[in-house]
Design a protein around this ligand. Structure first.
Ligand code: ADP
Ligand code: MG
Length: 646
């Protein structure tokens, strides 16, 4: 493995070129980038060639399954070893813990975001979910810390000493509570978090630096399409003279390869005739489903074995336990999931104020982008072949390693990395209105101030209610924190000047302060939202926005189809009036019937049906169009003959 950093402890034997490197870069620090994924986690560092590379385990595997098993004997297993226990001990084996980070039980079980899990969950301290393991309970933060610790040990062995810092990535959609939980997990694992970076941003950095080094692509717009196991992120970025800016982000933190698996699981359950599977059976189905899905990325069809429900010795009808699943079948199951990613992409483009045509490249990130339909879909959506030179599973960790290296001052590249706020931040004003102080997609770190005044005569205190969200009404936004500014000198309404400052640091965490200017009285809060406040509003709002987006698109398609149908109908009407005599009685009846069908469809809500009817009318009237053309050619020739001979 050529992964050692040039930071070996003095006295260790080194090859000559390693010594050179060490001496040249005397400031080198031992830092890593960590992709803490829903399904897989990776750690990467800069290797001797100055390139980021993922660090493998003893079995040469770079991806660590994000699975933790808590044994009955108290032993904790992480990764493949934990995965191996999932079937036997589903209730003691935790996967996709990232979905639980910074969340309360109510949020997890509500609506679409509802998790199907064999785990026993309950609300713990501060309303944050906990996992019950017999007599013991663990928090998602502790579970994530186990994963991080495992990667830390792996990296320290490879790099020959304790780590001095790490950049950890999070989905762009993570809110404050989730980011804070991730940071807590890293701290618990004994890692010094230099920076939390959005996953798509890290991926873009990995690609951006490549372009930078080659002296090309110094300026350009890129879209990063990241479809992993549990999250979907889309980011629109601009690279300009070495400055790397995220223009907009969007996505869905509850959409990924797990959902593809679920569609296959649904099929397996249907075929197995099991409607209420126990957790062991479900795990077996999930495992088989993932295998089928991943193989379908390479093969046109895959043989599946239906898992056996407990207590059955064999499938009653012998061979009935086997099925063949084809790629088109699978593609039909996931089409709507891809469609919803498309809606998010269009929205992000709109937020960024760019068109798909203006992009210079689209980057694929995440294991699920290996599905051929995903690649075709992205190519069609953005009207270009997506880039996938770097391994889509590794690219986030590689970018994080780059970032860690830059923050440690190891490299000599001056690269400025800007990130953005995923949602608008503001506060409540009179009338329960949300006043936005920092709009969504503002590059961070940032600080903005706005002046407010008192509403009543003699008012000596003012409540500052910090909210996050895009909607106008406070009740539709997420409440982040409340605090009170006291000791305002009594004045007439409107005389006091209260300056409220919002600051967002490089990790995306918010600090709010309020100051009464005449007295200098000040109050501030570091907004670390108590987990209990999590009420799912962000998720809901984003889902709202996404589904509105889908509805908007449907409405537009319907409108377009109707306008087109209108045009076709009036053209047919005019043609019948002018040249109806070219048709026999029966033909005329037929054309009228098909026309009527289009007219009826155009009154309905189904754009696809309208388009189908238009195509049919087109087909059925082709002969009529031909006869009309013949007639007009004849007329033209007659006309010409007449003038020619005149
Ligand atoms: P995350 O960032 O959420 O941890 P990854 O980017 O590691 O996710 O992607 C994991 C997902 O990719 C899983 O759902 C996995 O099944 C899927 N995946 C990995 N390889 C393939 C493949 N060859 N075909 C289809 N899906 C794949
Ligand atoms: Mg990922």
């Amino acid at each position: 493995m050529d992964l050692l950093l040039d930071i070996a402890e003095p006295g260790q034997s080194r090859k000559p070129h390693e010594v050179d490197l060490l001496e040249r870069g005397g400031r080198q620090r031992r830092v890593v980038g960590i992709d803490l994924g829903t399904t897989f986690s990776l750690v990467a560092a800069i290797n001797l060639e100055g390139q980021p590379a993922c660090i493998a385990d003893d079995a040469e595997r770079t991806a660590l399954p994000s699975v933790v098993h808590y044994g009955l004997d108290g032993a904790v297993l992480v990764g493949h070893a934990a995965e191996a226990q999932a079937l036997l001990h589903p209730q003691r084996t935790i996967s996709s813990v990232k979905r639980l980070m910074g969340r309360g039980l109510a949020e997890l079980s509500s609506g679409e975001g509802g998790m199907q899990t064999p785990l026993q969950l309950l609300d713990g301290e501060g309303g944050m979910v906990q996992i019950v393991l017999g007599a013991r309970r663990v928090s998602p933060v502790e579970v994530s810390a186990e994963i991080l610790r495992s990667l830390k040990v792996r990296a320290e062995e490879a790099l020959g000493g304790p780590l001095q810092g790490a950049v950890v990535t999070v989905p762009a959609y993570f809110d404050d509570a989730q980011r804070q939980a991730t940071k807590d997990a890293a701290r618990l694992a004994g890692l010094e978090v230099m920076r939390l970076v959005n996953e798509p941003t890290a991926a873009a950095l990995a690609y951006g630096l490549d372009a930078f080094q080659e002296g090309e692509g110094r300026q350009g717009l890129f879209a990063i399409y990241d479809l992993g196991g549990g999250t979907f992120d889309i980011s629109i970025l601009r690279l300009n003279e070495g400055v790397f800016q995220v223009l907009a982000t969007g996505g869905n933190s509850r959409l990924g390869g797990d959902d593809f698996d679920q569609r296959v699981v649904d099929y397996l359950l249907r075929e197995a005739g099991v409607s209420i599977p126990d957790s062991r059976f479900l795990q077996a189905c999930r495992r088989e489903a993932r295998r089928i899905k991943e193989q379908l990325s390479e093969w046109e069809s895959v043989d599946a074995t239906l898992p056996l429900p407990d207590g059955l010795e064999a499938w009653p009808a012998g061979e009935s336990g086997r099925r063949t699943i084809t790629r088109p079948q699978f593609e039909a199951w996931i089409g709507d999931l891809l469609h919803s990613t498309g809606v998010a992409c269009r929205r992000a483009l709109k937020d960024a104020g760019v068109t798909a045509a203006a992009l210079q490249g689209v980057v694929l990130v995440g294991g699920s982008t290996r599905v051929p339909l995903v690649r075709r879909f992205v190519a069609q959506l953005f009207q270009r072949e997506p880039l996938c030179d770097l391994d889509p599973d590794q690219v986030v960790a590689l970018g994080a390693a780059h970032q860690a290296d830059l923050l440690a001052g190891n490299g000599d590249t001056e690269l400025l990395l800007l990130d953005v706020t995923p949602l608008s931040l503001g506060l409540e004003t009179v009338g329960e209105l949300a006043e936005k102080i920092i709009p969504r997609n503002t590059p961070i770190p940032t600080a903005r101030a706005q002046d407010f005044t008192t509403f009543k005569d003699g008012q000596t205190a003012m409540e500052i209610h910090v909210v996050q969200g895009e909607r106008e009404l406070v009740s539709q936004c997420r409440s982040l924190a409340r605090f009170e500014l006291r000791g305002i000198p009594p004045m007439v309404a409107g005389a006091a000047r209260i300056r409220v400052t919002f600051g967002v640091d490089a990790d995306g965490l918010l600090t709010v302060s309020a100051r009464e200017e005449s007295t200098g009285i000040e109050q501030s809060v570091r907004v670390k939202p108590s987990y209990g406040l999590s009420d799912g509003q962000i998720e809901e709002m984003l889902r709202d926005a996404l589904s509105h987006g889908a509805a908007d698109l449907q409405a537009r398609l319907l409108n377009e189809a109707r306008v087109e149908a209108e045009r076709v109908l009036s053209a047919v009407g005019a043609a019948l009036k002018q040249d109806g005599d070219l048709l026999s009685e029966a033909e005329l009846r037929r054309v009228k019937a098909v026309t009527l069908q289009l007219w009826e469809a155009s009154r309905g809500q189904d754009a696809t049906l309208i388009n189908q009817e238009m195509a049919r009318l087109d087909q059925e009237t082709a002969f009529f169009a031909q006869r009309r053309m013949d007639r007009s050619i004849q007329a033209a020739m007659v006309g010409r003959n007449m003038t020619d001979f005149a």
